[in-house]
Structures are given as structure tokens and as C-alpha cells.
Write a protein that binds this ligand. Structure first.
Ligand SMILES: Cc1ncc(COP(=O)(O)O)c(C=O)c1O
Length: 349
């Protein structure tokens, strides 16, 4: 008996999830494929986690994440009702789809971009209205003309690492009748953020994550900043206890030690400059990146074999098999030592 028909048709239509390559236990792998931070989180975060492991794990966590949201509201100078916490920004993206998009509604975004948007829209039964980024990765004017229920802007964008300037996002938000989600997963590595637009435009939601700049990908914490009525809609469709106790403790401690995060970001940015130059010297065309990764292209060639050759040497980088970027590798900025090993392997190819 086939059990597949029990799964909704819109879910069955989505290609099965293929997790990124994970290092085998006990093996040293240079992991430059999922944009994690190569440096550890603040010692204060690790200390707070340690202190929190006691019999309080019997108790449910705060469903409203009040302490974390209060800390974030102070830091970003927004009222606490303009802040919501999620189980990674991935959960917040899923909640946005669930709260805003009915089957058949349109969701617009420039492509290539974070692939989860397309999956979430498909699962919800929405319609993807994609617009290709132009060759210079400037904001495509057509994105504002789609009049979608929801528009995603990944800024800095993945996999390009490019940034749309604040004034252009401001103008886009004013033009759209639907919700504009600015996914700022990588913004701490960039020169500016769209956070000032929250409060100025009721339709803007800014998403942040602790997975990149704060080195906490394993704990799954994200934040959404937006109009309280929009966030109330998201809260209605979330799990009651969407963040666990330890994740909350770690995120609060991380916001209390911004200096540590900023020092790690500075190191990543310095290595990013060195990596981009070295890749250019190796004949790649490299886009100026505002994120913790770079996109290195060999126009016209398919770089899948190169990604496989690196993987055979335990160096994982990201290759996307789509037409627009199959001639590129997205390489996370690792430690200087990791980048030296990557460059040595590339020189031998
Ligand atoms: C653009 C973008 N948004 C969101 C996420 C998800 O982040 P989180 O770990 O907070 O779910 C990622 C993860 O790689 C990402 O690249």
C-alpha cells in the first residue's frame, strides 16, 4: 500500500530535503559549505549554558522569550512588542509563510537566493514570483511591481554576498502593498542594516539570526523585528515553546557580550579580504562580499567537479547545480589556517 497520498500534494511536489554534507565523526573536515562561524561563541555564553544545566530543565521555557526580547529591544532601540524570537530564523520564515500566505497567493523574491524561500512557498501552496538578479546584483526594479502578498529580500544575499543599499529598500517598502521581509542573516558582516525601516514602514519585517555572527548555529535562535500586529499573527501560528531553555540562555548571554561577536566578525572580514584576493589571483572572478562567504566564479564552466575534488580532500564548499551559478563555488570564510588549506588544495587542482 502506498502511504504517499496521505501527504499533501503541495508537500509531495517539493524535492526531498538533502542535508548538507556533515563531517564524519572523528575526521577533520574543513567545513566551508554552510556559513557557520569558525570561531567559538563568547566564553560568557558557554559559562551561562553551563550554569543553566540543572534541574530547571524539568520546566518549560518562557513561551514569550521576554528576557531575550527585552535585551534585543534595548540593543536595537525598538519597543519590546516589535521583537519576536524564533527557533532559528528558518522558523520565523516558516511562520511568516503560515501567517501571511494563503494557497494561490504570490510571494516575490530575486533569484538566486536562499533556497528555503521556494520550499516554504511550495509547501504553503503559494506561487513563487521570482525575478532574476541582474549581472551587477542590483535590486531588480520588477520586484516592486509584482504586488505580492510577501516579498523576500535576502540582504546581504546568499549566494552572492552582495548588499542592496538601505535607501533602495526604503523605497521598495514604500512601494509594496504586501509584507517585505528583509532577511539579514549575514548583516553583521556588512556595512549597513535595514533595521531603521522597522517602525518607519508597518510592512517591513527584519530577520536576524544567532547562527552566523554569534557562532550559535547549533542552538537555533533567530529574531524578527516588525509591527506588533504582524508579529501577533506570527505568534498565533508558532509552537507554544518554540525556543528551548538553553537556547534562550545562550542568546541572552550573547547579546550581553557584543564585543566578542564584533571581534570575531572583524577577524572574518579580514580573512574575507585575503581570501577574495587569493581567489582572484587563482583566476576566479570574485564578487565583493558583505557576508561571511564569497562567491567565486569561473564563468562558463561547471564547478561541480571542483567541489567534488575538494570534498575528496575533506574540504567542503557549496556548489549549486542551477544554471545561474553552476560556474561558482560559495566558500565560507573559515579560520586563516582553513583558508590556507583550501587555497593550497585549489592551487593543486
Ligand atoms: C539567508 C539565510 N537566512 C536564514 C538562514 C537560517 O538561519 P537560522 O540558522 O537562524 O535558521 C540562513 C542559513 O544559512 C541563511 O543563509
Amino acid at each position: 500500500m502506498s502511504v504517499a497520498p496521505w501527504i499533501r500534494a503541495s508537500v509531495r511536489a517539493v524535492p526531498p530535503y538533502v542535508p548538507g554534507e556533515q563531517p564524519a565523526a572523528g575526521r577533520r573536515v574543513i567545513k566551508l559549505n554552510t556559513n557557520e562561524n569558525p570561531y567559538p561563541p563568547s566564553p560568557a555564553v558557554l559559562g551561562a549554558l553551563h550554569d543553566a544545566v540543572d534541574d530547571r530543565v524539568r520546566l518549560y521555557p518562557d513561551p514569550e522569550a521576554v528576557a531575550l526580547r527585552t535585551e534585543a529591544s534595548r540593543l536595537y532601540d525598538l519597543p519590546v512588542d516589535h521583537v519576536m524570537a524564533g527557533n532559528g530564523s528558518d522558523e520565523l520564515l516558516a511562520l511568516l509563510l503560515r501567517a501571511v500566505v494563503d494557497p494561490g497567493d504570490h510571494v516575490a523574491f530575486p533569484v538566486p537566493t536562499y533556497s528555503l524561500y521556494e520550499t516554504l512557498v511550495a509547501v504553503q501552496g503559494g506561487v513563487c514570483d521570482t525575478v532574476a538578479w541582474p549581472a551587477d546584483w542590483s535590486l531588480p526594479a520588477a520586484i516592486g511591481a509584482r504586488d505580492a502578498k510577501l516579498t523576500f529580500l535576502c540582504n546581504p544575499n546568499s549566494p552572492s554576498g552582495t548588499l542592496v543599499p538601505l535607501e533602495e529598500i526604503d523605497a521598495l517598502a514604500a512601494r509594496l502593498s504586501g509584507v517585505l521581509v528583509v532577511d539579514e542573516a549575514y548583516v553583521d558582516f556588512a556595512r549597513e542594516s535595514a533595521m531603521p525601516l522597522v517602525g518607519r514602514h508597518p510592512n517591513v519585517v527584519v530577520l536576524r539570526t544567532f547562527s552566523k555572527s554569534f557562532s550559535l548555529a547549533g542552538l537555533r535562535v533567530g529574531l524578527a523585528f516588525g509591527h506588533p500586529d504582524l508579529l501577533a499573527g506570527l505568534r498565533t501560528v508558532k509552537d507554544s515553546y518554540n525556543l528551548d531553555r538553553l537556547a534562550l540562555v545562550a542568546a541572552e548571554a550573547a547579546l550581553d557580550d557584543l564585543d566578542h561577536m564584533r571581534a570575531n566578525v572583524a577577524r572574518v572580514r579580514t580573512t574575507r579580504t585575503r581570501l577574495a584576493k587569493a581567489l582572484a589571483d587563482l583566476g576566479f572572478s570574485v564578487l565583493p562580499s558583505e557576508a561571511n562567504f564569497v562567491l567565486a566564479r569561473r564563468p562558463g564552466s561547471d564547478l561541480a567537479p571542483l567541489a567534488r575534488a575538494l570534498a575528496a580532500r575533506d574540504i567542503l564548499v557549496r556548489h549549486f547545480p542551477t544554471t545561474e551559478v553552476r560556474d561558482a563555488l560559495r566558500i565560507t570564510v573559515g579560520t586563516d589556517e582553513e583558508i590556507d588549506m583550501l587555497l593550497a588544495a585549489l592551487r593543486e587542482q
